[in-house]
Design a protein around this ligand. Structure first.
Ligand SMILES: [Fe+2]
Ligand SMILES: [Fe+2]
Length: 273
């Protein structure tokens, strides 16, 4: 038996866990319980506005983040991994927030299966990166981290289509674009262990973007919207950052992005200038 009655109870328990490692481990445990069908129902427990987080790292506004030191040094590698651990912890909360916030009997069970898999893998990613930080004599919480990653969740809390358009299809897709260069940086520094972890993350993240695309398309079909113009409109309304190339075309294509979506990114970025 699971300690939770429903999937959304489990989701809210993850969101309400402050300790980073405990959050990631619980994410994996709730996912396992869902797969094992010991959580028979989805439920309707509402998520908190903001997930609980540990006291450290200190969260800084993006402009106040310290500059990185020389490429390849231990301090730089630790800073990169620390930033990545922070992104993965946010990703754990984003996946469970999506499940709890938008749970509805209108959505098929496969929707929840997909997002539970994403939540499980984000927990794994956090644990892999934080274990690697420990190998390097550091840990999550040692450095300041970027405050503002939760902004996208707040901006899209009212609308599942907007959430899908921004979180997997802009932010996680951006991860596909930047990760190969990070892998090369670690390899260039001779840190093959960190590079191997990043390869696992890149492979899984292609799957997360694919899940985002699948359900965005599903919602568009259900509402009789064309995916591409709808996505462009939602990006213009809900995304404030810059969207710019280079894009990882191969990874994006594997994730199911039609080439028009790359065009869409360029146009959305132009529209902002
Ligand atoms: Fe991840
Ligand atoms: Fe992800």
């Amino acid at each position: 038996m699971s300690q939770f009655a429903t999937l959304t109870d489990g989701a809210c328990a993850v969101l309400g866990t402050a300790d980073a490692r405990a959050k990631a481990l619980l994410s994996r445990r709730v996912a396992q319980a869902w797969r094992d069908k010991v959580l028979p129902e989805i439920g309707s427990t509402a998520p908190p506005d903001r997930p609980s987080r540990p006291e450290r790292p200190e969260l800084l506004a993006p402009g106040r983040m310290p500059r990185r030191r020389s490429a390849g040094s231990l301090a730089t590698r630790v800073a990169l991994l620390h930033a990545l651990a922070h992104i993965e912890l946010n990703a754990v909360d984003l996946a469970w927030d999506l499940i709890a916030r938008f749970a509805s009997p209108d959505l098929p069970r496969s929707f929840f299966d997909d997002w539970v898999t994403v939540a499980d893998e984000e927990g794994l990613h956090f644990l892999l990166v934080s274990d690697r930080l420990a190998d390097l004599g550091a840990g999550y919480g040692d450095l300041p981290a970027h405050d503002g990653l939760w902004e996208a969740a707040v901006d899209t809390a009212h609308d599942l289509m907007a959430r899908l358009a921004i979180v997997p299809l802009v932010l996680e897709a951006r991860g596909l674009d930047v990760t190969p260069a990070m892998i090369r940086r670690f390899e260039g520094a001779g840190d093959l262990e960190s590079a191997a972890i990043l390869r696992i993350i890149l492979r899984d993240e292609i799957g997360h973007v694919a899940v985002g695309m699948r359900w965005f398309d599903w919602m568009c079909q259900r509402n009789r919207n064309d995916s591409l113009p709808m996505w462009r409109k939602l990006v213009k309304t809900h995304f404030r950052g810059a969207l710019k190339p280079p894009f990882n075309h191969e990874a994006r294509q594997t994730a199911g992005f039609a080439p028009d979506f790359h065009e869409g990114l360029c146009n959305a970025a132009d529209a902002r200038l």
